[in-house]
Write a protein of this length. Sequence first.
Length: 68
Amino acid sequence: MNSKPARWLSILTLGLDKPLGQYYLYKWRKRQMRLTEYFYNGSADYKTLLNKINRKKEKIDRLVFTQF
């Protein structure tokens, strides 16, 4: 690792940062694919899932903005 903060994150989390990041990326891709399938198939679940995703995004944004 060339980045000092990335190195510290790896040390601090005992090396679990990379597998955890891969897991979250996998879940995000899976959710995006499901959303795309719902959109193109004209499913009513599209709007429900989109609202759920938007609520999650807003919550994360609020958490990030309160920290900085």
